[in-house]
Write a protein that binds this ligand. Structure first.
Ligand SMILES: [Zn+2]
Ligand SMILES: [Zn+2]
Length: 168
Protein backbone atom coordinates (compact mmCIF):
# COMPACT_ATOMS: atom_id res chain seq x y z
CA UNK A 1 0.00 0.00 0.00
CA UNK A 2 2.73 2.48 0.94
CA UNK A 3 4.78 1.89 -2.19
CA UNK A 4 1.70 2.28 -4.38
CA UNK A 5 0.82 5.53 -2.67
CA UNK A 6 4.36 6.79 -3.02
CA UNK A 7 4.66 6.09 -6.72
CA UNK A 8 1.39 7.88 -7.44
CA UNK A 9 2.36 10.98 -5.51
CA UNK A 10 5.34 12.36 -7.34
CA UNK A 11 5.45 15.87 -8.75
CA UNK A 12 7.55 15.46 -11.91
CA UNK A 13 9.76 18.32 -13.02
CA UNK A 14 7.99 18.45 -16.41
CA UNK A 15 4.75 19.35 -14.64
CA UNK A 16 6.18 22.83 -14.15
CA UNK A 17 6.39 23.48 -17.90
CA UNK A 18 4.27 26.48 -18.88
CA UNK A 19 3.43 28.20 -22.13
CA UNK A 20 2.59 31.68 -23.39
CA UNK A 21 -0.68 32.58 -25.13
CA UNK A 22 0.58 31.42 -28.50
CA UNK A 23 1.61 28.06 -27.07
CA UNK A 24 5.35 28.75 -26.94
CA UNK A 25 7.26 27.26 -24.04
CA UNK A 26 8.25 29.66 -21.27
CA UNK A 27 11.14 29.43 -18.82
CA UNK A 28 10.34 26.78 -16.23
CA UNK A 29 11.31 28.93 -13.27
CA UNK A 30 8.10 29.63 -11.42
CA UNK A 31 7.67 33.39 -11.74
CA UNK A 32 9.78 33.90 -14.86
CA UNK A 33 7.97 34.86 -18.08
CA UNK A 34 10.95 34.80 -20.49
CA UNK A 35 11.32 32.24 -23.23
CA UNK A 36 14.04 29.60 -22.98
CA UNK A 37 17.45 30.57 -24.34
CA UNK A 38 20.01 28.08 -25.63
CA UNK A 39 21.90 26.11 -24.44
CA UNK A 40 18.97 25.71 -22.02
CA UNK A 41 15.93 24.06 -23.49
CA UNK A 42 13.67 24.84 -20.55
CA UNK A 43 15.22 27.92 -18.94
CA UNK A 44 16.03 31.47 -19.98
CA UNK A 45 19.33 31.70 -18.12
CA UNK A 46 21.84 29.94 -15.94
CA UNK A 47 20.33 31.72 -12.94
CA UNK A 48 16.80 30.42 -13.59
CA UNK A 49 18.15 26.96 -14.34
CA UNK A 50 20.05 26.77 -11.04
CA UNK A 51 17.40 28.48 -8.97
CA UNK A 52 14.54 26.30 -10.18
CA UNK A 53 16.43 23.00 -10.09
CA UNK A 54 17.65 23.70 -6.59
CA UNK A 55 14.10 24.47 -5.39
CA UNK A 56 12.66 21.46 -7.20
CA UNK A 57 15.14 18.86 -5.94
CA UNK A 58 15.14 20.23 -2.41
CA UNK A 59 11.35 20.06 -2.11
CA UNK A 60 10.07 17.42 -4.51
CA UNK A 61 12.73 14.80 -5.12
CA UNK A 62 12.30 12.12 -2.49
CA UNK A 63 15.88 10.76 -2.64
CA UNK A 64 17.16 14.25 -1.93
CA UNK A 65 14.63 14.95 0.84
CA UNK A 66 15.39 11.62 2.52
CA UNK A 67 19.11 12.25 2.22
CA UNK A 68 18.70 15.64 3.93
CA UNK A 69 16.76 14.04 6.80
CA UNK A 70 19.37 11.29 7.32
CA UNK A 71 22.09 13.93 7.43
CA UNK A 72 20.11 16.20 9.79
CA UNK A 73 19.53 13.28 12.17
CA UNK A 74 23.18 12.17 12.08
CA UNK A 75 22.32 8.77 10.52
CA UNK A 76 20.81 7.86 13.87
CA UNK A 77 17.44 6.22 14.49
CA UNK A 78 15.34 8.78 16.33
CA UNK A 79 13.60 6.05 18.33
CA UNK A 80 16.32 3.62 19.51
CA UNK A 81 19.17 6.18 19.04
CA UNK A 82 21.41 3.69 17.23
CA UNK A 83 23.73 5.11 14.59
CA UNK A 84 24.07 3.28 11.26
CA UNK A 85 26.53 3.18 8.38
CA UNK A 86 25.63 5.00 5.20
CA UNK A 87 27.00 5.52 1.73
CA UNK A 88 26.49 7.95 -1.11
CA UNK A 89 24.86 6.91 -4.30
CA UNK A 90 24.50 9.60 -6.99
CA UNK A 91 25.01 12.42 -4.48
CA UNK A 92 22.36 11.12 -2.09
CA UNK A 93 22.81 9.29 1.19
CA UNK A 94 21.57 5.74 1.45
CA UNK A 95 21.65 3.26 4.25
CA UNK A 96 20.57 -0.37 4.25
CA UNK A 97 19.19 0.01 7.77
CA UNK A 98 17.71 3.48 7.80
CA UNK A 99 14.34 4.65 6.56
CA UNK A 100 12.64 7.99 6.50
CA UNK A 101 9.39 7.96 8.46
CA UNK A 102 6.45 10.33 8.16
CA UNK A 103 5.51 11.24 11.72
CA UNK A 104 1.95 12.01 10.61
CA UNK A 105 1.30 9.40 7.88
CA UNK A 106 0.95 10.61 4.32
CA UNK A 107 -2.31 8.74 3.90
CA UNK A 108 -4.05 11.22 6.22
CA UNK A 109 -3.64 14.12 3.80
CA UNK A 110 -7.31 14.35 2.90
CA UNK A 111 -8.39 14.35 6.53
CA UNK A 112 -5.99 17.25 7.02
CA UNK A 113 -7.74 19.22 4.29
CA UNK A 114 -5.21 18.72 1.49
CA UNK A 115 -5.94 17.72 -2.09
CA UNK A 116 -3.73 16.07 -4.68
CA UNK A 117 -5.28 17.25 -7.94
CA UNK A 118 -4.03 20.52 -9.46
CA UNK A 119 -0.33 21.36 -9.63
CA UNK A 120 -0.90 24.14 -7.10
CA UNK A 121 -2.42 21.69 -4.61
CA UNK A 122 0.29 19.09 -5.25
CA UNK A 123 2.96 21.70 -4.52
CA UNK A 124 1.17 22.74 -1.34
CA UNK A 125 0.66 19.25 0.13
CA UNK A 126 4.20 18.16 -0.82
CA UNK A 127 5.96 21.17 0.71
CA UNK A 128 3.71 21.57 3.74
CA UNK A 129 3.10 17.93 4.58
CA UNK A 130 4.67 15.01 2.62
CA UNK A 131 8.17 16.50 2.37
CA UNK A 132 8.01 18.93 5.29
CA UNK A 133 11.19 18.28 7.25
CA UNK A 134 9.40 18.68 10.56
CA UNK A 135 7.10 15.79 9.62
CA UNK A 136 10.03 13.51 8.77
CA UNK A 137 12.47 11.58 10.92
CA UNK A 138 15.15 8.94 10.52
CA UNK A 139 14.26 5.52 11.89
CA UNK A 140 15.85 2.09 11.59
CA UNK A 141 14.02 -0.75 9.86
CA UNK A 142 13.08 -2.49 13.10
CA UNK A 143 11.69 0.62 14.78
CA UNK A 144 9.87 1.58 11.58
CA UNK A 145 8.05 -1.75 11.52
CA UNK A 146 7.00 -1.20 15.11
CA UNK A 147 5.70 2.35 14.67
CA UNK A 148 3.82 1.32 11.54
CA UNK A 149 2.14 -1.64 13.23
CA UNK A 150 1.34 0.46 16.33
CA UNK A 151 -0.20 3.08 14.08
CA UNK A 152 -2.26 0.48 12.24
CA UNK A 153 -3.57 -1.09 15.45
CA UNK A 154 -4.43 2.37 16.86
CA UNK A 155 -6.23 3.13 13.64
CA UNK A 156 -8.62 0.25 14.19
CA UNK A 157 -9.26 1.37 17.76
CA UNK A 158 -9.92 4.93 16.64
CA UNK A 159 -12.12 4.19 13.67
CA UNK A 160 -15.19 4.92 15.71
CA UNK A 161 -13.79 8.38 16.42
CA UNK A 162 -13.46 9.28 12.77
CA UNK A 163 -9.80 8.55 12.07
CA UNK A 164 -10.01 6.17 9.15
CA UNK A 165 -7.28 5.48 6.64
CA UNK A 166 -8.25 5.17 3.04
CA UNK A 167 -6.93 2.31 0.87
CA UNK A 168 -6.19 0.05 3.78
ZN1 LIG B 1 13.81 32.44 -16.49
ZN1 LIG C 1 15.63 2.17 15.82
Amino acid sequence: MLSGLRSKMIVYIQEFDKYDNSGKLLCRNTKCTNHPVLPYKKYCSKKCNREFRRWYYHNFFWDRVRSDIFRRDGYTCQICKKEFLFKYRRKFVRSANLECDHIIPRSLYQQLGYKYDTLENKIKVTIEFFHNHSNLRTVCRDCHKQVTSTFLSNKFKKEGQGIILENS
